[in-house]
Design a protein around this ligand. Structure first.
Ligand SMILES: Cc1cc2nc3c(=O)[nH]c(=O)nc-3n(C[C@H](O)[C@H](O)[C@H](O)COP(=O)(O)O)c2cc1C
Length: 200
């Protein structure tokens, strides 16, 4: 409420809406099915690796499988025709005890080698996080909530600003670490977290 440029449109603007499926609401309003039932019904739980193979053949272009967390699933993704994996726990919104994607990068990279893309998705909040992910073998990082925060706070210019901030932080981190080329970022630029507390 202290930011009227946000709160006034939020109060007086149109209501929250699932834009991709809202056109279904009219059709569903008279029936027993809720919109969320409808969305749930759109997921095909039988999708498997053979579908990935089919998709890769049909698409014949860069294909990244999102939601991969283990080296074995990463290996199967590439073996099934994907050109990369997006290591992701979907922002920890589904299973809050899942490992952080950034902690899975090294194991995934070791299994699938240098050729495939490894995108680290989730928990990236600062430019230095991107440096840490690249140092462990990520090709790139992706974000979810940060751009939504920028969008909520300032519309499209807010998203631009968020990206400008992330980029400035990334470049500053490189300078402070003495790295003058993204390709030179390596494991030696980061240190391991202590896995257990020091006693005494
Ligand atoms: C509101 C919201 C809706 C999302 N919906 C989906 C979705 O339908 N499918 C999906 O794979 N990930 C979904 N995600 C996860 C994001 O694509 C992304 O993996 C995640 O937000 C990255 O973590 P971060 O928010 O920490 O950057 C959603 C995230 C948010 C915040």
């Amino acid at each position: 409420m202290t930011v009227p440029s946000w709160s006034l449109p939020a109060l007086t603007g149109s209501k929250f809406n699932l834009a991709n499926v809202s056109h279904k609401i009219d059709a569903l309003a008279s029936g027993p099915m809720s919109l969320f039932d409808y969305i749930g019904g759109q997921f095909d739980r039988s999708v498997g690796w053979r579908d990935v193979e089919w998709l890769a053949r049909e698409w014949n272009g860069p294909l990244a499988i999102k939601g991969v967390m283990t080296p074995e699933d990463a290996r199967r993704s590439i073996a099934s025709g994907a050109s990369g994996v997006i290591i992701s726990n979907h922002g920890g919104r589904q299973l809050d005890g899942a490992p952080a994607p950034i902690d899975q990068i090294e194991a995934v990279r070791t299994i699938i080698g240098d050729a495939a893309d490894v995108i680290c998705d989730g928990g990236i909040r600062r430019g230095s996080d991107v440096v840490k992910a690249l140092a462990q073998g990520a090709t790139a990082c992706s974000i979810g909530r940060p751009y939504l925060y920028g969008l909520a706070a300032g519309g499209a210019p807010g998203v631009d600003r968020l990206l400008t901030i992330l980029r400035a932080e990334f470049e500053r981190t490189l300078r402070l670490a003495g790295i003058n080329d993204i390709a030179a970022i390596s494991r030696r630029h980061i240190r391991n977290r202590l896995s257990s507390p020091i006693i005494g």
